[in-house]
Design a protein around this ligand. Structure first.
Ligand SMILES: NC(=O)C1=CN([C@@H]2O[C@H](COP(=O)(O)OP(=O)(O)OC[C@H]3O[C@@H](n4cnc5c(N)ncnc54)[C@H](O)[C@@H]3O)[C@@H](O)[C@H]2O)C=CC1
Ligand SMILES: O=C(O)[C@H]1O[C@H](OP(=O)(O)OP(=O)(O)OC[C@H]2O[C@@H](n3ccc(=O)[nH]c3=O)[C@H](O)[C@@H]2O)[C@H](O)[C@@H](O)[C@@H]1O
Length: 441
C-alpha cells in the first residue's frame, strides 16, 4: 500500500516506520522542518529502542521518505494517517486544533479516493467532525476510519509490530477490507467496530490502566500503615487471570504525555454528556497526591529539608524514553527547591530534555548516579532505569554525606538493601527496613 503519515511524533514516526518495514511505501510528513531535517539525516528525533535501525534500513531500501510537503504525501498515497498531537486545553479537554488543521489541509490536497485513518487519540465524535470538514472541501470520495494507537513509549517499535489487538472503527466495508489486509501481518486479533466505539475504546483503555495504577498506589499507601508488602500483594492478585499482573507496580504515580491528558479528557467527555465520572476523578486525584508521598518519606528521614542536598535519580516519566512530558520529576523537584533543597539531578537519557524545560540555580546537573549521590543527604529514585537497578549500593553510600535512599519505584530488594547502612524507604513495603548492619565495602 502507499501510505502517508501526518505528524512524526511517537505515533506517526513509529507507525510510519513499521508500516514501511512491512513492505508498504511510506511518506512521513511533519510541518516541523527541524524534525524532517534530522530524519533525513537518518537520525531519530526521539529516543526509542530499535527505531533508528529501522529508519536507516527502510530509507535505504527506498520504502520510507520524510518531508514537510503535505501535498506530496497526500497525492502519493492511498491511506493518509493522521497522527498529530491532541494536547490538553486548560480545562482538560483535548485541543483539536491540529486535527482540524490537518483535515483541512488533507482535503485541499486530495486527488483521488483516500482512506483517512486517525491514529491520534480523539474524543468521541471527532472522526465525524473530520468527515464533515473534508467533505465540505473536496469533491473526491474518501472514508474516515478510527484506528487508535496503543503503543507505549520505550517499547514502541515492539508494541507496534506485536500489538495485542488492532481496533478498526469504520462505516465503510471497502475501507474495512483494505485496513484489515494492511494490519493482518501484525495480528489476527482485529476488532472491527463503529467509529464512536473505536474512539471510546482508546480512552477507556488508558483510563482503565490509570485506574489500576492508582488502585495499587492506594493499596501501597495502606500497606505502609498496616505492615504489608505491596509487591507481594500485587503478585498474589496478579495470578488471578481476571485481574492480571500488569500495571500493578506501585510507585510515584503515572506521568507521560497520555495517561494524565487522556484521563482528564475522558472526565470532560463524560461531563459534556452530563455524566459525572466520579471514579476517574478519584484516580486522577490519587495520582496527583502520590507524587508527593515521596516528599513525606524524605521529610520523615531528614527531619528538615532546608539546607539539605538531595540527589534525584531519574527525570523521564518512565525508563527507555527521553520524553519528560508530565514527568512527576517536575513537581517533585519544584517542591524540593521550594523547600530550600539543593538538587543534584541525573538521568541517563532524558536529562537534556528536562533541563531545557526546567532549570533553576539550585539544580546541579550530574554526569552519573554516583556523581549525583556524592555529598548528598539523600537520594530520591524517580525512574527505574537499569543503571540504577544495577548500581553498587555500597559504593553509593560511601560517597554520600548521609545515606538516605527513598526508592519511588520499589527497585531494590530486601537482600540488596539489608547489608547496607541506608535509611531506606520505598512505596508500600515497610518491612524492608534498614538493619543498621555496618559492613566493609
Ligand atoms: N506518545 C505516545 O506514546 C502515544 C500517543 N498517542 C496519541 O497520538 C497522538 C500523537 O501523539 P505524539 O506522537 O506523542 O505527538 P507529538 O506531539 O510528539 O507529535 C505530533 C507531531 O505532529 C506534527 N504536526 C502538528 N500539526 C501538523 C500539521 N498540520 N502538519 C504536519 N505535521 C503536524 C508536530 O510538528 C509534531 O511533530 C496524540 O493524540 C496522542 O494522544 C497514542 C498512543 C501513544
Ligand atoms: O495513549 C498512550 O499514549 C499510551 O499510554 C500508555 O503508554 P505510556 O504512557 O507510553 O507508558 P506506560 O508504560 O503506560 O506508563 C505510563 C506511566 O504509568 C506508570 N506506571 C506504569 C505501570 C505501572 O504498573 N505503574 C506505573 O506507575 C509509568 O511509570 C509511567 O509514568 C499506554 O500504556 C499505551 O497503551 C498508550 O498507547
Amino acid at each position: 500500500m502507499k501510505i502517508s503519515v501526518v505528524g512524526t511524533g511517537y505515533v506517526g514516526l513509529v507507525s510510519g516506520v513499521c508500516f514501511s518495514e512491512l513492505g508498504n511505501q511510506v511518506i512521513c510528513v511533519d510541518k516541523d522542518q527541524r524534525k524532517v531535517d534530522v530524519l533525513n539525516k537518518l537520525q531519530s528525533p526521539i529516543y526509542e529502542p530499535g527505531l533508528t535501525e529501522l529508519i536507516e534500513k527502510n530509507y535505504r531500501e527506498k520504502r520510507l521518505e520524510f518531508t514537510t510537503d503535505l501535498s506530496y504525501g497526500v497525492k502519493n498515497s492511498d491511506i493518509v494517517i493522521i497522527a498529530v498531537g491532541t494536547p490538553p486545553l486548560p480545562n482538560g479537554e483535548a485541543n483539536l486544533l491540529y486535527i482540524e488543521q490537518v483535515a483541512t489541509e488533507i482535503a485541499t490536497e486530495m486527488n483521488d479516493y483516500k482512506i483517512i485513518m486517525t491514529k491520534s487519540t480523539v474524543p468521541v465524535g471527532t472522526n465525524h467532525r473530520i468527515k464533515e470538514i473534508v467533505s465540505n472541501l473536496t469533491k473526491f470520495p474518501f472514508d474516515v476510519v478510527s484506528v487508535p494507537e496503543f503503543l507505549r513509549e520505550g517499547s514502541a517499535v515492539k508494541d507496534t509490530l506485536n500489538p495485542d489487538r488492532i481496533v478498526i472503527g469504520t462505516e465503510s466495508e471497502a475501507a474495512m477490507k483494505i485496513l484489515t489486509d494492511l494490519h493482518k501481518p501484525l495480528t489476527d486479533n482485529i476488532i472491527v467496530t463503529d467509529i464512536r466505539s473505536a474512539e471510546m475504546i482508546k480512552y477507556a483503555s488508558n483510563a482503565f490502566l490509570a485506574t489500576k495504577i492508582s488502585f495499587i498506589n492506594e493499596i501501597a499507601n495502606i500497606c505502609d500503615k498496616v505492615g504489608a508488602d505491596v509487591t507481594k500483594v500485587a503478585e498474589g492478585m496478579g495470578y488471578d487471570k481476571r485481574i492480571g499482573a500488569a500495571f500493578l507496580n506501585a510507585g510515584i504515580g503515572y506521568g507521560g504525555s497520555c495517561f494524565p491528558k487522556d484521563t482528564n479528557a475522558l472526565v470532560q467527555i463524560a461531563g459534556n454528556a452530563n455524566y459525572d465520572f466520579k471514579l476517574l476523578k478519584s484516580v486522577i486525584e490519587v495520582n496527583q497526591n502520590q507524587r508527593f508521598n515521596i516528599m513525606e518519606k524524605l521529610k520523615a528521614s531528614l527531619t528538615t529539608l532546608s539546607g539539605k542536598t538531595v540527589a534525584v535519580w531519574g527525570l523521564a516519566f518512565k525508563p527507555n524514553t527521553d520524553d519528560v512530558r508530565d514527568a512527576p520529576a517536575f513537581e517533585i523537584i519544584s517542591e524540593l527547591v521550594a523547600n530550600g533543597v539543593k538538587v543534584k539531578a541525573f538521568d541517563p537519557i532524558a536529562q537534556e530534555n528536562f533541563r531545557t524545560q526546567f532549570n533553576h540555580p539550585d539544580i546541579q546537573w550530574c554526569e552519573s548516579p554516583l556523581d549525583a549521590a556524592k555529598d548528598s543527604d539523600a537520594i530520591c529514585l524517580l525512574t527505574e532505569w537499569d543503571v540504577f537497578k544495577s548500581i553498587n549500593l555500597f559504593e553509593v553510600q560511601n560517597v554520600m554525606a548521609n545515606p538516605v535512599l527513598i526508592d519511588g519505584r520499589n527497585v531494590f530488594s530486601k537482600e540488596q538493601i539489608s547489608l547496607t547502612k541506608f535509611d531506606y524507604k520505598s512505596i508500600g513495603r515497610p518491612g524492608i527496613k534498614n538493619e543498621k548492619v555496618l559492613v566493609k565495602s
